[in-house]
Ligand binder design. Structure first.
Ligand code: FES
Length: 142
């Protein structure tokens, strides 16, 4: 069935890493939820960031989509671990596609993973900014 696919994509499809969810209300968790308009596939990728080191210490995904999207998100959760926000933003979908040897028609599946990482970082940063403004803003309530 899968003879046209590279072993890396089959491996991540058959044995996806880090499937699941983190608490999206946790202040240290960033959630990225993205969809591919072309096919309707949806990917949720979450990161947990360590306050002190600024590194991602946990990552989970749930993907409603094709095998390449599942493999891309599985790989993404492995690649983001141990990295800082700036470092994960350099992860390119082309690297994911290359590692999984995705055919050109499946490039948008890896794009979903890059978008999901970016969305998770954005969510985490927004939470941080909000938390900081709550700390620094004077509280006039009695
Ligand atoms: Fe749309 Fe793979 S076919 S994400």
């Amino acid at each position: 069935v899968a003879r046209h696919y590279h072993e890396n994509v089959i491996d991540h499809y058959e044995n996806p890493r880090n499937v699941g969810s983190l608490d999206k209300n946790d202040p240290n968790v960033g959630t990225g939820l993205v969809g591919a308009p072309a096919c309707g596939d949806v990917m949720k990728l979450q990161i947990r960031v360590d306050d002190d080191s600024g590194q991602i210490i946990d990552a989970r995904f749930k993907t409603f989509g094709c095998g390449s999207a599942i493999a891309s998100s599985s790989l993404a959760t492995e690649w983001v671990r141990g990295k800082t926000m700036n470092e994960v933003l350099t992860i390119k979908n082309t690297e994911i596609a290359k590692h999984l040897s995705l055919p050109p028609v499946k490039l948008h599946c890896s794009m979903l993973a890059e978008d999901a990482i970016k969305a998770a970082v954005k969510d985490y940063m927004a939470k941080r900014a909000k938390a900081n403004s709550l700390i620094t803003k004077p509280n006039y309530k009695e």
